[in-house]
Design a protein around this ligand. Structure first.
Ligand SMILES: Cc1cc2nc3c(=O)[nH]c(=O)nc-3n(C[C@H](O)[C@H](O)[C@H](O)COP(=O)(O)O)c2cc1C
Length: 201
């Protein structure tokens, strides 16, 4: 089977989302024939050749003021020329976010990242996990305990470093990485997508 490449492009101001991104990377890397790379959003345009060569991209950032952090939005806006050429059309995409509150309006950020991927003509892969912590039998240790299907959510206590991230949210992030890689492997073996066109920039 052909090796597929997954790029995880993330922003993190205080380190929590960077830690979540590593869990996403490990999940993507766990899939046979998948090679996953972490790319900081601020470096992503300098590494655009790697992005063009990828089969899948997973976007992640903290939720700041109810939306994607400015550091990630800067990357989004910098891709407009690629968007014009639809250079990432048919690559698989997924997303994750992290914030201090249980909700904290994280869904708003995931919708932003999904819309970004849709504008690029990408193929969205959400989270295929049942909702957790939603019954008397549930608990915070459940996978997908924050109940999102658009992408993976994590909550980090605002007075702690990476120790303040709920462990189940990291396992959920791992599952998102694996899911996106699996979809990319499946689409790649179908061999019907033209998703690595060369671009003049
Ligand atoms: C400028 C700013 C805005 C924030 N806005 C939100 C918010 O809208 N909702 C929320 O739950 N937490 C919010 N937080 C808390 C962060 O999402 C939280 O601390 C997160 O873990 C930071 O991720 P990072 O360490 O990757 O930067 C905000 C923090 C900052 C610094």
């Amino acid at each position: 089977m052909t090796q597929i490449k997954v790029a995880i492009i993330y922003h993190s101001g205080l380190g929590h989302t960077a830690y979540q991104a590593k869990a996403v990377r490990d999940g993507a890397q766990s899939v046979e024939c998948s090679e996953a790379t972490l790319i900081f959003a601020g470096d992503a345009m300098d590494r655009r050749a790697e992005l063009h060569a990828s089969d899948a991209m997973i976007f992640g950032c903290p939720t700041y003021m109810g939306s994607a952090s400015a550091g990630f939005k800067e990357f989004m806006d910098a891709t407009s020329r690629i968007w014009l050429a639809q250079g990432w059309r048919n690559k698989v995409a997924g997303a994750f976010t992290n914030s201090g509150n249980q909700s904290g309006d994280k869904l708003s950020t995931l919708y932003q990242l999904m819309t970004f991927a849709m504008q690029h003509g990408m193929v969205w892969a959400g989270l295929d996990l049942p909702g957790g912590n939603n019954s008397t039998r549930g608990g915070t240790e459940d996978l997908n305990r924050l109940g999102s299907w658009v992408g993976a959510m994590a909550q980090s206590n605002t007075d702690q470093g990476i120790d303040g991230i709920e462990e189940s949210d990291l396992r959920t992030a791992y599952r998102l990485g694996a899911r996106v890689a699996q979809v990319a492997v499946a689409l790649n073996s179908a061999n019907t997508l033209d998703h690595k066109r060369s671009l003049p920039f």
